[in-house]
Design a protein around this ligand. Sequence first.
Ligand code: ATP
Ligand code: MG
Ligand code: MG
Length: 349
Amino acid sequence: GSTIGILGGGQLGRMLASAAAELGYHTRVLAPDAESVAAQTASSFTRADYHSRIVLDELASSTDVVTYEFENIALDPVEYLASQLPVYPPPAALRVAQDRATEKGFVEALGGRTAPWRKVTSLDELRGALAEIGAPAILKTLRLGYDGKGQVRIRDIADAEAAWDAIGARPAILEGFVTFGHEFSILLVRGVDGAMVSYPPPWNEHVDGILARSSLPAPVEIARHWTEAAALAGRVADKLGYVGVLTLEYFATDNGPVFNEMAPRVHNSGHWTIEGAVASQFENHIRAICGLPLGDTGLTAAHIEMENLIGEDAERWAEILAEPGAHLHLYGKTIRPGRKMGHVTRLAR
Ligand code: ATP
Ligand code: MG
Ligand code: MG
């Protein structure tokens, strides 16, 4: 096909639309946001609610394949579109990734290691789960969390009620606190024909629940888990009949890689691939959903580092532009504290 529909108007949609254009595709972005930064790179942009059947029918009749750039989109419109044309990644992946308990259970059934966890739907259940798992622990809303929002640390069993209130008394999972040395992610690409490639895993450092930095090559504490972690990602992708880029976040521990969560999409911890890999995650996502051969995931430099520009960090743009070899990406968003405004990738020979 020659026109790609993209649901979601954020920076991931923006970078997907750029990659699609480089491969000669037109893109149509559909998003409800007044301020869509994907509108600047897409061939066309429609501001509309995902629940409008008229808008969805119009998207389906004017595109050849549809993808999405965030996992918190409502499942119904995605399934509705999938009844009319290919939608990649398949809605089944969204269904699993939208619910932390379903996701953890799914991955465990495929042999993945997770933190001890319990689904809790009331304060009483939270108390029971805390008694079993113990403190410290983390309470996360079952749905809709991102960038560390909708989660709270529990240092002491006596803090159950405060934690329950802090997440808005909503269905949640309680996770035992994992003692880890490093965090990393697997970015795997699966084609329509089932072919798979994955990128070397970045070391991901978070500050206040938000990704701050991804660097490669990862230290040996991570690299030694690559094969096992990528194999699990491959089983997840096969089981879901996945097409596109799939991301799994992990903790590196002495007992092996511990699965944290997955994202059925391109991922912030893969932004370094724009300059740091032969084919970027965005290009590879487009290749996969369009049925093209997958691109080379090899590194282009000996050392690669991606730094996120959060909130006021973006004011350093002039300084970053003056750095030789720094690749600055600004997303065209209005500055707000804690908001992902852009990123910079630095390569060293
Ligand atoms: P994202 O923006 O990546 O989707 P999120 O809001 O879904 O984030 P998580 O990835 O679940 O949140 O958690 C954010 C960070 O909090 C993790 O990257 C990790 O640093 C820390 N964290 C989460 N769960 C645990 C755990 N069980 N033990 C220790 N640290 C944890
Ligand atoms: Mg998440
Ligand atoms: Mg995460």
